[in-house]
Design a protein around this ligand. Structure first.
Ligand code: PLP
Length: 398
């Protein structure tokens, strides 16, 4: 017998749950894109996106997913032959590095594995060794969604400064944006990249690139940038169509307005605090469940964990079995493991993730945890007791 009838919950790390307010804002007739209303709407969105990024600099919007925003960032500051230093803490760091290489950059990857954040000292050493200062950019993933590792950006910035190196700091904030604390200008980030379908609680389809004055100068120094990815006019349009280099993503703009209203009404400190409490509730449950031959969190140090996603494992193939049980029997969809084992390796079926980004609250997270608890019992997977009350206590004290 299944107990999944009712509203399903998507607990994968992107796309995330789209709030009803966002969905209903999108449910309307197509607007005339040649009217002032949609221009004003877009001007307001850019202004509010910068409030979420905590930047006073520039923002460009693309009709794209996160990969498009990755490419946009690189296209504007890295020319073929330029050297870049890519810091990898999981699947996505390697993915962005591969894209840079495909675009012709001379890429050096420092691989920190899948269980440790970026070590700023190693970055400082690598930058000091670059005596001719060829390295144009340091690329890093703030929260790598595959491993759930959160890297500390202020200490990374400090390491770049200690090395006295002029490289730009490029940050993939796709998973962390609107979930983990992020302060672009205070933290000295030159380019921040994100997308609509995670902490911003939207369907996929919009990519965002925020860039500093230093990054803008690097763009001007490039001889040629492919016109669709060029951020110059998108960030400073003289005519409305230049925002999107063509037809505006009309309904996404209405949805984004509703999403940003939700975020800014709550306020960034409260948004971060909510993700923090709910993430700690999940970790409290996971550590109660953890046992020999049972569940394991990928990261033992909470300071190194993202507040948006938690990577977990069980002896294979129990990870896949638990995911299936939760979806079919309880209406909760958990995330597959990514980048922790090749997809044709039996070990792949040991890894899974809980996505906890965006439109989440105490009862949705307690529901996810309760479904997992039921699944562990139903499948006779060994697990410790007290997980749900441990999670409830974190929320009660929150
Ligand atoms: C989701 C994600 C991406 C990829 O985004 P797409 O929209 O799938 O292209 C890249 N980096 C991180 C950290 C992500 O979480």
């Amino acid at each position: 017998m299944t107990h999944s009838t009712g509203r399903p919950i998507l607990a994968i790390p992107g796309p995330s749950i789209v709030p009803d307010k966002v969905l209903s804002a999108m449910h309307r007739p197509a607007p005339n894109i040649y009217e002032q209303d949609i221009q004003d709407l877009t001007d307001g969105l850019v202004c509010d996106l910068k409030r979420v990024a905590l930047t006073a600099y520039h923002a460009a919007i693309y009709i794209s997913n996160g990969h498009g925003a990755w490419e946009a960032a690189l296209a504007n500051v890295v020319a073929p032959g330029d050297a870049v230093l890519a810091l990898a803490t999981g699947h996505f760091g390697h993915g962005w590095a591969t894209m840079a290489r495909t675009l012709g950059a001379d890429v050096t990857v420092i691989d920190f594995g899948t269980q440790a954040p970026v070590d700023p000292d190693r970055v400082e050493t690598a930058l000091r060794a670059d005596t001719t200062q060829r390295i144009k950019a340091v690329m890093v993933t703030h929260a790598d969604t595959s491993s759930s590792i959160l890297s500390d950006l202020p200490t990374l910035r400090a390491a770049i400064d200690r090395a006295g190196h002029p490289a730009l700091l490029l940050v993939d904030c796709i998973a962390s944006f609107g979930c983990d604390r992020f302060e672009m200008d205070n933290w000295g980030v030159d380019i921040a990249v994100t997308a609509s379908q995670k902490g911003l609680m939207m369907p996929p389809g919009l990519g965002f690139v925020f860039f500093s004055e230093r990054a803008a100068k690097a763009r001007v120094a490039l001889p040629r940038v492919s016109p669709y990815w060029d951020w110059t006019l998108r960030a400073d349009p003289q005519m409305f169509y230049q925002y999107f280099f063509g037809t505006a993503p009309t309904h996404h703009l209405f949805g984004l307005r509703a999403a940003l209203d939700l975020i800014l009404e709550e306020g960034m400190p409260a948004v971060w605090a909510r993700h923090d409490v709910l993430a700690r509730a999940i970790w409290a449950a996971c550590s109660a469940w953890s046992c020999e031959g049972g569940l394991r969190m990928n990261l033992s140090n909470p300071d190194q964990r993202s507040r948006a996603v938690t990577a977990l494992s069980l002896p294979a193939p129990l990870g896949t079995q638990l995911r299936k049980w939760c979806e079919i029997q309880a209406g909760v969809t958990l995330g597959i493991g990514l980048g922790m084992a090749p997809s044709d390796d039996p070990a792949w079926h040991g890894h899974f993730r809980i996505g906890h980004m965006g439109h989440i609250n105490a009862h949705s997270i307690l529901g996810v945890l309760g479904a997992i608890e039921a699944g562990l019992s139903a499948l006779d997977i060994p697990h410790g007791a007290g997980a749900l009350s441990a999670a409830a206590t974190v929320i009660a004290e929150g």
